[in-house]
Ligand binder design. Sequence first.
Ligand code: SF4
Ligand code: SF4
Length: 89
Amino acid sequence: MEGFRYLDGVASLRFSEAACTGCGMCEQVCPHRVFAVARGKARILDKDLCMECGSCATNCPAGAISVRPGVGCATAIMKGWLSGSEEKT
Ligand code: SF4
Ligand code: SF4
């Protein structure tokens, strides 16, 4: 899954640097390595890698992350239907 991208610019991921305490949980739990923590703050490396699983927001103790889980997955499936790469059931 690493490196898998969905549509550019559509991920609902939001991050507040001001609220971030730099605990590193988002970096640990993200399956796509969207976040990196350095000098006490997280930052988003590539928002378009986000699959909107919600793990980062669920595990952020500071409430610095929000995301609408599942939106990206649905978008990816629809994109697959349109391009013919996703089998319809
Ligand atoms: S989990 Fe939240 S508080 Fe911790 S580094 Fe990530 S954004 Fe910052
Ligand atoms: S929602 Fe999931 S894929 Fe997206 S940044 Fe958070 S942990 Fe990573």
